[in-house]
Design a protein around this ligand. Sequence first.
Ligand code: DMJ
Length: 933
Amino acid sequence: MSEAGGGRGCGSSVPQRAPWSLVAATAAFCLVSATSVWTAGAAPMSREERQKLGNQVLEMFDHAYGNYMEHAYPADELMPLTCRGRVRGQEPSRGDVDDALGKFSLTLIDSLDTLVVLNKTKEFEDAVRKVLRDVNLDNDVVVSVFETNIRVLGGLLGGHSLAIMLKEKGEYMQWYNDELLQMAKQLGYKLLPAFNTTSGLPYPRINLKFGIRKPEARTGTETDTCTACAGTLILEFAALSRFTGATIFEEYARKALDFLWEKRQRSSNLVGVTINIHTGDWVRKDSGVGAGIDSYYEYLLKAYVLLGDDSFLERFNTHYDAIMRYISQPPLLLDVHIHKPMLNARTWMDALLAFFPGLQVLKGDIRPAIETHEMLYQVIKKHNFLPEAFTTDFRVHWAQHPLRPEFAESTYFLYKATGDPYYLEVGKTLIENLNKYARVPCGFAAMKDVRTGSHEDRMDSFFLAEMFKYLYLLFADKEDIIFDIEDYIFTTEAHLLPLWLSTTNQSISKKNTTSEYTELDDSNFDWTCPNTQILFPNDPLYAQSIREPLKNVVDKSCPRGIIRVEESFRSGAKPPLRARDFMATNPEHLEILKKMGVSLIHLKDGRVQLVQHAIQAASSIDAEDGLRFMQEMIELSSQQQKEQQLPPRAVQIVSHPFFGRVVLTAGPAQFGLDLSKHKETRGFVASSKPYNGCSELTNPEAVMGKIALIQRGQCMFAEKARNIQNAGAIGGIVIDDNEGSSSDTAPLFQMAGDGKDTDDIKIPMLFLFSKEGSIILDAIREYEEVEVLLSDKAKDRDPEMENEEQPSSENDSQDHSAEQITPSSQEVDLVDQESPEESSLNSEPESSSPADTDNAASVSASEQNSNPMENHETTSLDGECTDLDNQLQEQSETEEDSNPNVSWGKKVQPIDSILADWNEDIEAFEMMEKDEL
Ligand code: DMJ
């Protein structure tokens, strides 16, 4: 199949060295046509139903794009809850996320080629005219080089690619004269100063007007960038060079890739997440296929497909082998350390890795693609969307979901590869969930918390660039698209670049091919991949047979740790002590602790503190075990602290014209009705007088039987609650008095009581930041009668909600004073190590200052109950529960093989080497904890 159809890395079963575009026709047999006959498994989907779903995607796109154009354009993005444009500088900063916004009508540019794929040629023509008329690429704004490249440069090039295709067809775009390409070239030149480093790796940010170093630039002091940021340029830059003949772009992108390749960890062949752009040192040495690295791998394979340069394929294959050896633990993909690849670096996965099955299809490695995709789908079925991060036992780690398209992308490629209608059903579920949970009157809103169903006022441009393309193409037949999608390659932002570029202006590749690859060694060279034409037609149940053993992998999962389960089954050795199994009263456990160099200190207040002295461990392997035990204990403690906090709540506007479509993230209260235990409270809202609710209300008749709105400040939350309760309110919403505050930018907190008994407060109380609160206040101004639902999780919002009965109110009241807040997402305090050979775990439940705590995390393990998870069983991947493993043996063997300085077999690794490794691990762990996608 073609590039765009997926599976272009896998070609014929005959070794193939020609540039990909030349083999596009033969490559097409790599994948089975989506219309192939299906004999069993998921029921086939009729053409009629596929068309219906395709039309639904078109309608959804119109809703998203139409609202952007009507309410946000020329702003970069639509804010779908407040129904206005997001203009950088006019909204509270969201940090790095805002670096995608360059005041260049981002969503319009990112949507250009989607319009053509969705057959909206007329709208495309209008959109291109608007871009040419309105977009300024010379704004004094600091933007991310990576985001600007993939979304804006990619968007302009995708638009240009399809504009010239349409022009050639002779009906549309007859006036077009490469204007988008000229803009792309202008933007390309604006990005080039970012590459002014000795390494050739680009700075992460650039000022569109002033470049990097000028005093006005306000950037250029950064030292680090992410691997994906430096390694995701070649497709756009090479296309720009080849379209224009200006070779410099491709040269710069190649140089950055060459540098990354040189810096790969030589024994594992993995790359870290962030790298110093001046020294080339790895800053973060953890390695996975998700955030921070993802599209680096994607671009190596696709650069081979687009440019026909063998060196990219060899690099990809080398990395891919390493990924499959260390990171892939089917169906999971777990981060490891680049220098200790057998040691997992995390117990959770991020949502960005959902693109990987699609890339595996392109590579032709279908089995693990099916497995990982199936696991991800089960997580989605559990939470409606893929949470931004989830644990190895499939609990939510980071609850937001910004409508990312990666899973839809992989679904599309898997369907193209297998023809299995199961993937059409998956796509149908994605459509249903988007309409049911993310659709709001003014577009589609990102999920703030997949557990509560609450929204964020955000609709990222990639939602239009990617999601609708992949969903539409999933259900489309060849004749539904006005051009041959198989003649194009998808960039990481799903922009389309024509495969014929491989034979245009190709002098650059010849000039710059590194000498290392002038003579190719075929022996270790994966030129081909499994031919799905042979695999599937003979066994139409192939994909289903791979999914079957995994069908309950998420539901039946038991908590698992960071050790490889499958490997543990193979090894008969006694498993090392896991943090979650530890009991301070078990003499055997204490003995193991001692062997690992971990001592237990009994504090006066009855708590225990764990301290590890690596030099006191019985062996280097025991020291490693001790380190892992301590790491696990830190994670466990952090997890427990999270679990002890009250989760956020939801305020859902249910009256006309919202009908439950707008869900606001609200902070809970530590007093009053517990919404997680009781039925939700529903009622019309009314502002209290005085608005701060700090004294007896003067308008009890207005709030009686209603949910009172009160402004934050001037007295305790509990006092406000009592005052509105006394006036007969059935609930209260405290709205932040800090203008412009939002849960998008500030951590949500829970409202604490007043230090006295608050049992008298019976009504539910929730907190909204000012921006969310103003959505309700605006609604009152516009519609007068506004009804809301206070709950722990948004209720399904079908139109019937309109007709539902209003539930009865909740109880009555009393009074008190002084406002207290408790962070709702407090992290465990990790503090610097005091000395290299000692780390400790203190059992204080509260966060401590670095001065109070020796050098690790606080845990709430007490002697009486030091095993908070003692009844948990562990599980194998098919859901059968069993004990976890021992990877130690294998780990030591591997390290012995790969590191000549370490003689693990003899258990005499020099202590300074253990300590150095250990320090690295602790640092990496701390960084990962702090890191955000
Ligand atoms: C997109 O902008 C691109 O796909 C990028 O490579 C990473 N992911 C986002 C969408 O999630």
